[in-house]
Design a protein. Structure first.
Length: 726
């Protein structure tokens, strides 16, 4: 009898475990065997942890490549062919685009390897191996140490680890803190430096839906591009050379033609950038109630001004398209994030969790003594930091992100710094690089638009920043100089600054150093940013940093506390741009009352959204013809339709763009590129009910490559398989 009870108990516990899991977590590949393998197999995975990450044999990890340090990509052929998102390769595609060869508008397809286009500066990084170095990193670190001593002890330890780790040629090491500094992992990497553009669809496919559809499900974007890694004759990293050869990988992903169905297991492998899942409720509340609304309002104001200008003038539309997209991307994300947290009661859930935490402490004297102070102290610190955090965000958004002239002024400040620290040589060197950069900048710059943004945002800055002294330079301009409005300040600066055009900058750069430095220092944009940032640093940033350091120290302790207090809970570390595995299943979701979304979109949906001539929703003629002729080749789904995108419960974030979606057997089924808007709060509080990642169905990619672009050379290179229809 007892045995039966026991068996039943095990059954129910594992059943509960099985049901409870739905996709949360970004796991360290090295630890899959101990933490995840069983569960993944329960969910339908047919691989072992060793198939995903191994240092002894070729494994999935050998096909996963950090693209330029900001996106993910994966190998899809034995000749170094690399797949990533169109929006990840956008800068490269743009850099090869001219009026005659408009690759953004028309797409680009190298019909043979000698047509592939080199991209100086673009890198492709592999993870050779991962090692837990916590013990060595924290050697000699004591609980009671002050932060400075602790950090310098760790720094010395890390130097030691680096010095004693044996590396093969061209291998490099990076060691990063995990779990808020409670653990350290070492990554041995190898970076290739010759990465060439192979193919990209026209923007009407690769960026279909543009900003309107960004962060939106249902989605119909073919957000993909192909690159190729080149290596020297020994298959090792080398600078660009026409003699380089296509890289021969240890592993590349076969591509499944059998597609996905609801509930299918999916694995997303890549380099997520930053998440914050273990914050106390006070921090989340502050983000939702105070910081996000402020940042959204600032961008709202700026975007409206730019949008009006773009609508009024087609030239401006081209010049500001990519800047607008960048500002709009996180503006939209923050709105979704706040909304999702409210909709799922994210703050309430954090509070419940904290109540459980406190209850456990009450039941255990030792833990209470060690961790009892944490939550009350957080409450105090978050209250204390609020005005500083708000000011910090205001400054960043207004001074650094949205007023373009101040970006130039900031570079000029650095130029002056170069002169003061490194003399004329330093000045000349920086000036050369700056002039180069600014040529590109001014090509797409309209001072009359920027001036309006300046006036509008500094009005908000002056009126809304809670620490009065921070905006004293603006108040002074308004009173002492007798300027009546923020627009007057703007006009005064923009009319008298050298930095509103390349011509102005060139005039200054043509002067001898001493005169140039004097002109820069007397420039109204330069003096403005100087006084504004001094006021900010003195009255806000110092205090902000002090409190923030305290919060970070406390956070390290709180992370450890959560692991001690809930020893049975599995904790995954926050994203930190290191290699992670996330897994879940193909699944729709209930977006709001009475609205349930299906998990797959089809070419029919592209045609439903089609607006002839529109800059977001136009559809290339050739694609329409293929649609009407139903000329789908081997790429249609079982229902005879061409699938475009699908969603799943995989826990992803910025940096996961370009990550492969992999099936139960290790084949490529899709390409990650976005998340559904309602669930963008997954960065702070993943909730399986609405958090979904968006992937392009790989069959749409193949269909476009083959039927639309006629790039059969690429199809021939890839390995297409039928895992479901054996
Ligand atoms: N939201 C996606 C990400 O955060 C895609 C951004 C690029 N697309 C765009 N329309 N801005 O990167
Ligand atoms: N679009 C993001 C990226 O570029 C992915 C995301 O935030 O879900 O990495």
């Amino acid at each position: 009898m007892q045995r039966i009870v026991k068996i039943l108990l095990v059954f129910f516990v594992s059943l509960q475990f099985h049901v409870a899991f739905a996709g949360e977590g970004m796991w360290i590949p090295l630890l899959l065997k101990s933490l995840n393998e069983k569960e993944m197999q329960n969910m339908g995975m047919k691989m072992t942890a060793e198939d995903i990450y191994s240092v002894n044999k070729g494994s999935l990890k050998d096909a996963i490549v950090h693209f330029g340090g900001f996106c993910t990509s994966e190998l899809v052929s034995s000749n170094g062919l690399l797949l990533t998102n169109h929006h990840c390769g956008y800068g490269q595609i743009q850099s090869h685009t001219t009026l005659e060869n408009n690759y953004i508008r028309d797409g680009f397809w190298a019909k043979s390897m000698d047509q592939e286009l080199p991209n100086p500066g673009l890198t492709a990084t592999f993870i050779v191996r991962i090692k837990d170095v916590t013990e060595a990193a924290l050697n000699g670190v004591k609980d009671k140490m002050d932060e400075k001593t602790r950090q310098s002890t760790i720094d010395l330890n890390l130097e030691q680890i680096k010095a004693t780790t044996r590396l093969a040629a061209q291998e490099e090491i990076s060691i990063k803190p995990f779990y808020k500094g409670n653990q350290y992992f070492m990554f041995v990497t190898m970076t290739y430096r010759d990465v060439r553009l192979v193919g990209a669809p026209p923007e009407m496919i690769g960026k279909f839906g543009s900003d309107t559809d960004n962060w939106v499900w249902p989605r119909h974007t073919g957000d993909f591009a192909f690159f190729r890694i080149y290596a020297d004759e020994n298959n090792m990293p080398a600078d660009y050379s026409p003699d380089n050869k296509p890289y021969q990988p240890k592993h590349y992903l076969p591509i499944s033609l059998d597609g996905v169905a609801e509930d299918d297991f999916t694995l997303v492998f890549g380099f997520p950038g930053r998440t914050n899942e273990y914050l106390p409720s006070y921090a989340v509340e502050q983000t939702v109630e105070v910081l996000n609304p402020a940042k959204i309002a600032i961008r709202d104001r700026a975007l409206k001004i730019v949008d009006a200008a773009m609508r009024a003038d087609p030239q401006v539309k081209i010049q500001y398209a990519s800047k607008f997209a960048r500002i709009a991307n996180y503006w939209k994300k923050w709105i979704g994030e706040s909304q999702g947290l409210k909709q799922t009661n994210g703050i309430g859930k954090k509070q419940d969790y904290e109540a459980k935490f406190e209850k456990k402490l009450t039941d255990n004297k030792k833990l209470k003594k060690k961790y009892g102070h944490l939550l009350p102290k957080f409450k105090e610190l978050y209250t204390e930091i609020e005005p500083y955090a708000l000011t910090h965000d205001y400054y960043n958004e207004v001074v650094f992100r949205n007023v373009e002239l101040l970006r130039v002024a900031n570079y000029m400040t650095r130029l002056v710094g170069q002169f003061e620290n490194n003399g004329e040589a330093g000045y000349d060197n920086y000036k050369g690089r700056l002039a180069n950069y600014l040529k590109g900048f001014y090509k797409d710059y309209r001072p009359e638009i920027d001036r309006k943004v300046f006036g509008a945002l500094f009005e908000m800055y002056d009126k809304n920043i809670p620490i009065q002294n921070v905006s004293s330079p603006i108040k002074q301009l308004l009173t002492q100089r007798n300027m009546k409005s923020y627009d007057d300040i703007a006009t005064n600066i923009y009319e008298n600054s050298y930095f509103t055009s390349m011509g102005g900058v060139e005039r200054v750069f043509a002067m001898d150093v001493a005169t140039a430095i004097e002109k820069i220092k007397n420039d109204p944009a330069y003096s403005f940013i100087k006084s504004v940032s001094e006021a900010f640093n003195t009255h806000a940033e110092k205090e902000y940093n002090r409190i923030n350091d305290e919060i970070n120290t406390l956070m390290r302790s709180y992370m450890q506390a959560q692991m001690d207090v809930f020893p049975k809970k599995r904790f995954y570390p926050d994203a930190n741009s290191t290699m992670r595995v996330t897994y879940g299943k193909v699944d729709g979701y209930n977006a709001r009352d009475a609205v349930r979304y299906m998990p797959v979109t089809y070419l029919e949906g592209v045609m439903e959204k089609y607006v002839p001539g529109d800059y977001e929703f136009d559809v290339p003629k050739k694609l329409q013809e293929l649609y009407h002729a139903k000329d789908y080749g081997q790429y249609a789904a079982d229902n005879g339709k061409i699938p475009i995108c699908f969603i799943g419960t995989n826990h992803t974030t910025g940096g996961n763009s370009g990550s492969p979606a992999i099936d139960a057997h290790g084949n490529l089924i899709g390409l990650n590129f976005d998340r559904a808007w309602e669930g963008t709060m997954s960065d702070m509080n993943y909730d399986a009910s609405i958090c979904r990642n968006i992937m392009v169905d790989v069959r749409y990619i193949l269909f476009i490559v083959d039927k639309y672009a006629g790039a059969s050379n690429l199809i021939d290179e890839m390995k297409l398989v039928h895992p479901k229809k054996k």
